[in-house]
Design a protein around this ligand. Structure first.
Ligand code: NDP
Ligand code: KAL
Length: 257
């Protein structure tokens, strides 16, 4: 059994810049010979994504808009993928958002609007995308999303995002059960803290990274490459018996009390 993904096509959602976990996944898939389709939310990062994708020197790569809060954009995006590519073999869902003011202090301070926004973008979007992608995964497929320990336990400042990740992780299991009969697997990678644009400016990220370096079993922080390689495993046939799983790629930090 090989890790080559030649002849397979994957949709990578959530590249904002070169530090994005989605970009780490894209590089691992590209190195394995896969064809890639990238989606971005707003015009804000369109040029950045296009510039990065150009560095892959793969003229079969596509870059399409897909703001996951808009059903019509998800529909149009997958309709265009169907038209231009036909069959796809997987999706990397690397998308989350909550209002900054709800990522500090007490969880309880979140309001209805902020709660729904975080759940809409960070949890419901996986189900919406899975539904749209199912029609294109006629040869079976693999859906991978990203979660964090704060969805299982209380982590300071993670707040409403932790509640949204709990919903995302439950969605992985229910979707895995719905889609298994079509040969489609659904899994999550629970990544350790990585310095990305999302992580910027929220909480004291340096001290969080220091704690991992000092206490995690592997005594080092998680890299985009480590997450990319586990995603590659989940997209390949090597993981054909794995679905509904949450795999921790966090230097073992989650086993500590
Ligand atoms: P990035 O900031 O690089 O990526 C976040 C992405 O979310 C951006 O590309 C952004 O797109 C996208 N996004 C936000 N709103 C929308 C929307 N409405 N529609 C479509 N896309 C949207 O950060 P990361 O790489 O860190 O985050 C990727 C995933 O990894 C997230 O789910 C995050 O929770 C998870 N994660 C991150 C960890 C970390 O330490 N960094 C640890 C564990 C999990 P755009 O830029 O176009 O707005
Ligand atoms: C406990 C940790 C420290 C940080 C606390 C909360 C982090 C939440 C992640 C969430 C995705 C961040 C945001 O939504 C940021 C947003 O309000 C402002 N940023 C942006 O708009 C930028 C420009 C865009 C690109 O970002 C998005 N998301 O669209 C958690 C740490 C230790 C681990 C992390 C960072 C986990 C995670 O889920 O990302």
């Amino acid at each position: 059994m090989q890790l080559s993904l030649h002849g397979k096509t994957y949709v990578v959602m959530g590249v904002a810049n070169k530090r994005s976990i989605a970009w780490g996944i894209a590089r691992a898939l590209h190195a394995a010979g896969a064809r890639l389709i990238f989606t971005y939310a707003g015009e804000r990062f369109e040029n950045e994504v296009k510039k990065l994708v150009a560095t892959l020197e793969d003229d079969t790569a596509l870059v399409l808009p897909c703001d996951v809060t808009k059903d019509e954009e998800i529909e149009a995006c997958f309709a265009q993928i169907k038209e231009q590519v036909g069959v796809i073999h997987g999706i990397a869902h690397c998308i989350a958002f909550a209002n900054k003011e709800h990522l500090e202090g007490e969880y309880m301070n979140v309001d209805r609007e902020g709660f729904l926004l975080a759940h809409n973008i960070s949890a419901y979007s996986l189900t919406a995308v899975a539904k749209a992608a199912k029609e294109l995964m006629t040869e079976g497929g693999s859906i991978v999303t990203l979660t964090y320990l704060g969805g299982e336990r209380v982590v300071q400042n993670y707040n409403v995002m932790g509640v949204a990740k709990a919903s995302l992780e439950a969605s992985v299991k229910y979707l895995a059960n719905d889609l298994g009969k079509y040969g489609i697997r659904v899994n999550a990678i629970s990544a350790g803290p990585i310095r990305t644009l999302s992580a910027k400016g929220v909480g004291d990220f340096n001290s969080i990274l220091k704690e991992i370096e000092e206490r995690a079993p592997l005594r080092r922080t998680t890299t985009q490459e480590e997450v990319g390689d586990t995603a590659l495993f989940l997209f390949s046939d090597l993981s054909r018996g794995v679905t509904g799983e949450i795999i921790h790629v966090d230097s073992g930090y989650h086993i500590l009390a």
